[in-house]
Design a protein around this ligand. Structure first.
Ligand code: PLP
Length: 367
């Protein structure tokens, strides 16, 4: 049996409704900031439970513009977590700011107990990442942030519809940044991103920043970027967004199915369950002993299961981040993860027999 990781061919196997709308768009020429973009923004804000949403060019830009809108710039320090996708750090770096890492915890997200000691006079923002779709302990982040008066931009790129204490991830900080990349839970046909906020001043700043700082056709309010959500992608987003809740529930159900089986295997460690969060499983990740990890990974691949490792090299030790001057051992939990995690396909298109097949192969390897 083949268990693929990417399910895009299944998700978009009948795009005829989208094609009709794209054809309609061709008659208007409304390719940039067209009506569908505003429609998607309104739907997205409502879905997440935020006042405003602003579509941008990517999830990376969603983080970057959110930080920029709050004055982050050259030489400032921005705190994020040691296990994230490189884009979080890339967004910070594009503003000339310096990334400061906090180690992660057994739930793969920022260890908020270690946040305070990372704050300095130069800290201008905190970017908690709801990595894998697992919510960061947001009460603790907001407590520290409010105490020091530091803005929070949530990297919610992997956590559409995740909740912390009944409230959506992305709505705790002054901005929540989401990605619409093809590999994310709510995905379009290329790059796209969207930012939510409850602050009208930030919203209008973001609208300027994404469109060259243009107040209108003739007046430039400040220097901005070219980072708009394409109208074509907004059409795809509008088509898919009605399924967002169902996609989420299917992923959660698949994860629960894995959890039930894998929790009985001694060599596997699942992240501690947390009753006060809703995790949406952008990634389903577990740990095995480092000496078994690569062998189990290979066994799954050899049996047609496209398991992944997120990620084999800790971000803080990557060659491309050498200038941050971290050294091996600085973030022990991130090191442990790099050596012990495996991710399984968990998407909404998997069948029960596919999940059973994955579980059986794991049980075979770890009897
Ligand atoms: C995908 C992702 C991003 C960036 O999103 P893009 O749309 O690919 O630019 C940022 N942070 C995290 C944690 C992500 O997973």
């Amino acid at each position: 049996m083949k268990i693929r990781y990417s399910y895009l061919a299944e998700q978009f196997k009948d795009p005829s409704e989208i094609f009709v709308q794209i054809k309609q768009l061709l008659t208007t020429g409304d390719f940039t900031l067209g009506a569908a973009v505003k429609e998607f923004e309104d739907k997205f804000a409502k879905l997440i439970g935020a006042k405003y949403a602003v579509g941008v060019g990517s999830g990376t830009d969603a983080i970057k513009l959110s930080l920029k809108a709050q004055g982050v710039g050259f030489g400032d320090e921005v705190i994020t977590t040691a296990n994230t996708f490189i884009a979080t750090v890339g967004a910070i770096a594009e503003l000339g700011a310096v990334t400061k890492f906090v180690d992660c915890n057994a739930n793969y997200v920022m260890d908020t107990q270690q946040l305070k000691k990372t704050i300095t006079k130069k800290t201008k923002a905190i970017v908690p990442v709801h990595f894998t779709g697992e919510p960061v302990e947001m009460d603790e982040v907001m407590h520290v942030a409010n105490k020091y008066g530091i803005p929070v931009v949530e990297d919610a790129c992997q956590s559409i519809l995740s909740q912390y204490k009944g409230k959506a991830c992305g709505t705790f900080g002054s901005c929540g940044a989401f990605s619409l990349h093809p590999l994310k839970n709510l995905n379009v046909w290329g790059d796209g991103g969207i930012i939510v906020s409850d602050d009208s001043r930030i919203e209008s700043e973001l609208r300027l920043l994404r469109n060259h700082g243009l107040k209108n056709r003739d007046e430039i309010e400040r220097l901005g970027y070219n980072s708009r959500l394409d109208t074509i992608q907004a059409l795809v987003g509008n088509w898919l967004i009605t399924d967002a809740e169902e996609i989420t529930e299917d992923r959660i159900a698949n994860a629960a199915y894995y959890d039930k089986a894998l929790s009985q295997i001694e060599q596997i460690t699942l992240p501690p369950a947390r009753a006060h969060v809703k995790r949406v499983y952008h990634i389903y990740m577990f740990k095995v002993a480092p000496m078994l990890r690569d062998k189990l990974h290979k066994y799954l691949i050899d049996n047609g299961i496209e398991a992944k490792v997120h990620y084999p090299i800790p971000l803080y030790l990557q060659q491309g981040l050498k200038h941050l001057k971290y050294k091996p051992g600085d973030f022990p939990q991130a090191d442990l993860e790099a050596k012990s995690v495996i991710s399984l396909p968990v998407d909404q298109h998997l069948t029960k027999s596919q999940l059973d097949y994955v579980i059986e192969r794991i049980k075979e390897f770890l009897p």
